[in-house]
Write a protein that binds this ligand. Structure first.
Ligand SMILES: Nc1nc2c(c(=O)[nH]1)N=C([C@H](O)[C@H](O)COP(=O)(O)OP(=O)(O)OP(=O)(O)O)CN2
Ligand SMILES: [Zn+2]
Length: 136
């Protein structure tokens, strides 16, 4: 029997949707206001879903305190109140779209989880725009 535990988290960050190899005009044409050279910010909401078997000894799929600490270390500390393009690798080289941010978060958390656990990330960039990624 497999079931899922979830942890919500939150961070604020600034970004600019932008490709260095495109002109400002092309960036503006493709990314619109999100390509503002002076950046803009979002209140990101994150949901981390971990799926696995219940450990018969602990009754846990995973200790949610450990998941909370993992998200804090891997996401909140490096991302919160940061300019993603300027301060948070790999977004100096990778366009910080919601999709790319979700994949980066997934990779960071995946490597800290036991292999038998499945991971899915839901990232809200605005209350109405969100992406999901489960490593497929
Ligand atoms: N596929 C994607 N499309 C867009 C992304 C993205 O990450 N992936 N990002 C943006 C902008 O960064 C930003 O999200 C602005 O989007 P927008 O729809 O204009 O949202 P609003 O600021 O108007 O706020 P709502 O609350 O969602 O109305 C654009 N596209
Ligand atoms: Zn944006």
């Amino acid at each position: 029997m497999r079931l899922s535990v979830h942890r919500k988290a939150h961070f604020n960050a600034a970004h600019r949707l932008y490709r260095k190899d495109w002109s400002d005009e092309k960036n503006l044409q493709v990314f619109g206001k999100c390509s503002n050279p002076h950046y803009h910010g979002h209140n990101y909401d994150l949901i981390v879903k971990v799926t696995g078997e219940i450990d018969p000894e602990t009754g846990f799929v995973m200790d949610l305190k450990r998941l909370k600490d993992l998200i804090y270390e891997e996401v909140e500390v490096p991302f919160d109140h940061k300019n993603l393009n300027e301060e948070v690798p790999p977004f100096n080289e990778l366009n910080p779209t919601a999709e790319n941010i979700a994949v980066v978060i997934w990779n960071k958390i995946r490597e800290k989880l036991k292999p038998e656990l499945d991971l899915e990330i839901t990232l809200y960039e605005t209350p109405r725009n969100y992406v999901t990624y489960k490593g497929e």
